[in-house]
Write a new protein. Sequence first.
Length: 78
Amino acid sequence: MRRYKIAALIMMFHGGFMELGGVLCFIPAMLLGNDTFDIGKYFSFKLPYFQENLTMMIVMGAIYGAVRMVGAIGLWKK
């Protein structure tokens, strides 16, 4: 039982830092606009679909992180 609590705590810390970092990077990107802060030019993907929809991928990652945090809290509460 104690191992689950430790794993849940580590998951909450890791997920919290991931979400906080993602939000802190995503807000300036949306406020400055796509022309000023073109995140697509810094990443090169083999599939052009990912390159064209990089903003949507960031949002989907944030949703995944939120679901992960809910799972970690559920594991913590049992």
